[in-house]
Design a protein around this ligand. Structure first.
Ligand SMILES: C[S@@+](CC[C@H](N)C(=O)[O-])C[C@H]1O[C@@H](n2cnc3c(N)ncnc32)[C@H](O)[C@@H]1O
Length: 242
């Protein structure tokens, strides 16, 4: 993980959740819950011998941040599930570890581009509001997607919950206006981190439209992709299968 991004997440960590909840009027909470419910419905991939025969369900939350999504999933998953989380920021991991019920969760400090897991290990890899951080350009995004594909079992799923671009021009304009004139200053005001909310508000209008992100997933080697737009396309939930 780049030093600059690490520094930003160190600065914004203490107020990160509050800023999100204020700026989305709580919608981010509902979106994570929705993704967690879908994740909790994941079945053990039966397309592979060996690991899948253990009868355990392996789930990885990449770039887990303060662990809100992992916390939601932990509350829904049965005892057969093994929940792993990875983040590149120790500050974020410490905040996640302080939550309940996280005692069953396995934490790893690592870069999302070099995940310390063998090929074909997970039934589900999930990521929320972080792919923007992995996207300095489409080539870099592709290499992260390939890394997620590598550690998924055949038949396993990748889920991506992320901000997107509303398809309707007027809504998109309003959304970009909101990012520039509300997200950036209010984020700075609450967190005290100007660099943090400059960076975050810079990445939002530049992220992919939902169909473009689907195409990237297919290009990376996923066999199928579906997406669902959330709140007029301000965010999207993609599900891609290996
Ligand atoms: C915007 S936060 C999202 C956190 C959380 N998933 C959520 O839903 O709120 C992005 C997280 O990604 C982590 N991150 C960014 N780039 C990373 C990378 N290359 N490898 C690992 N973690 C990374 C940051 O440390 C931060 O915790």
């Amino acid at each position: 993980m780049k030093k600059g991004i690490q520094k930003i997440y160190k600065e914004v960590a203490p107020t990160y959740e509050l800023v999100n909840h204020v700026l989305t009027l709580g919608l981010d909470i509902l979106w994570r819950k929705r993704a967690a419910r879908k994740a909790a419905g994941t079945r053990i991939s039966n397309k592979m011998d060996g690991a899948s025969k253990s009868g355990r369900l392996y789930i990885l939350d990449v770039c887990s941040g303060t662990g809100e999504l992992a916390q939601n999933m932990a509350g829904l998953l049965g005892p057969e599930a093994e929940l792993y989380v990875v983040d590149g920021s120790l500050h974020m991991i410490r905040l996640a570890q302080s939550k309940k019920p996280m005692h069953r969760v396995k934490f790893t400090l690592a870069d999302a581009g070099e995940l310390p897991f063998p090929d074909n290990s997970f039934d589900l890899v999930i990521i929320s509001f972080s792919t923007r951080n992995l996207n300095p350009n489409p080539q870099a995004m592709l290499s992260y997607l390939k890394e997620f594909l590598r550690i998924l079992k055949p038949g396993g799923n990748f889920m991506n919950l992320e901000t997107s671009q509303p398809p309707l021009g007027l809504i998109r304009k309003l959304y970009h206006f909101y990012i520039r004139w509300v997200v950036k200053p209010i984020g700075y005001k609450i967190s005290g981190s100007r660099a943090g909310y400059n960076y975050l508000s810079h990445t939002m209008p530049r992220f992919y439209e939902a169909p473009e992100f689907s195409r990237l997933c297919l290009k990376a080697g996923f066999s199928t992709v579906q997406h669902r737009l959330l709140f007029l396309g301000v965010a999207a939930l993609h599900t891609a299968q290996k």
